[in-house]
Design a binder for this molecule. Sequence first.
Ligand SMILES: [Zn+2]
Length: 497
Amino acid sequence: MKKFYITTSIPYANAASHVGHILDPLIADVLSRYHRIKGDEVRFLVGTDEHGAKIVRKAEEVGKTPQQLVDENSANFREMHKLLNIKWDDFIRTSDQKRHWPGAQKMWKELKEAGDIYWKKYKGLYCVGHEAFITEKDLVNGKCQDHQKKPEVVNEENWFFRLSKYSKQIEDAIVSDKMKVMPESRKNEILSFIRGGLEDISISRPRKDISWGVPVPDDPTQLMYVWLEALTSYLSSIGYGQEDDQSKKLLSKWWPADAQIVGKDNLRFHAAIFPGMLLSAGLELPKEIFIHGFVNVDGQKISKTVGNVIAPGVVVDKYGVDPVRYFFLREFPSQDDGDFSYKKLEERHNGDLANGLGNLVQRVAILIDDKMGGELIYENEKRKTKSVKLETYHQAIEECKLHDALGEIWKLVAEANQYIDERKPWVEAKENPEGFLETMTGLIYMIHQISWLLQPFMPGTSERIFKMMGDSGSKEIQDNHKFIINKGEVLFPRLNK
Ligand SMILES: [Zn+2]
């Protein structure tokens, strides 16, 4: 059995989830379901990033303790996963002192032991929105471009990590695809960043400024920089930093990660800083990093000021889980930004789902019900339609072009609907029983394939179709399998404007 360890970036728990958070765990969910179906042993990790100044300030603002705030928001993210049928194996919280802190502190000790941590006086521009130091180049009119806020001038002494030392090794790993960064455009972006020279980074903050974080080992005056410890969660969740045998086994079984799914704002942290830490600590690099784009709403960046923050629950309540999954996976090119709007979602729903897939399944179920007494015994030699070619579908998923994989499935949906229009089985049923059986056998085969391929994307819909058609849901249709139709409700009722 092949193992497949997949992680998502862990969202910052200073606020509740919104539709911009859906893509990351949804992409990872599709890939983990796909690998499970293939027979791989899968571990799918999610979590929340819960330390740092932003959390402390937000908690003060709303009159809560940092712990109360992160408890609430972390629970909110769990709820989002449940709503979207995202089936992870593990949820790590960076405020978890038992599970996460030992791993984060072990990482620190390893970097120190490698001679890669040193003390330095530092002056820099700190953007709280970023929770990171930024440079003059990131400023427009003295404000951070992304957060529209003036950065704080920080003048202090910190611990630094010798990231510069690993520039060449990280570059080589990316160039050779030993650590594969996808898509190609992001690979080039990070390579040009690394070739510009990686600088050493500040990895601690004085405890007197913020008291909410992982303590630096052997230095009571400092806390670990939130990014450094948060990145370690991919390891702490599988036992890194724990001394018992079971944890050690877990770590050696699952590390390195086979795929890390992150948004484009996480590119540098995951494809430059984290690899540097791993190399310093003598750990293997992840095999694949996939970078996706942002979710805009009505053509604009999601922001409170614009007023376009939408809770995932609102959308799922209105349209149902699988139409929402479908919309995000199909409408958003996996590599680039995409746009959410109710109008586009409803167009996809009525077009691709109601008129396309839903109509196909409905037509075939009704024909078998009306003209065949509700049963069809499948014989492969009666099928005259061509076998479905799956290479493009699999290739698209391996390259994480999930929208293209769905595109392949919908080509089949269109072909099947067209086949019905051409063959006119309702006429054949009266005039050409032999031809009618051929047509229905071909259609059952196509619906079976569609439903099989759809499993990682829309697991609930796939299950419903199998049930409606009396399909066993195994990979290949067994010869002489009896399909007993169980029509039930319409799959995707049309939405009226
Ligand atoms: Zn910023």
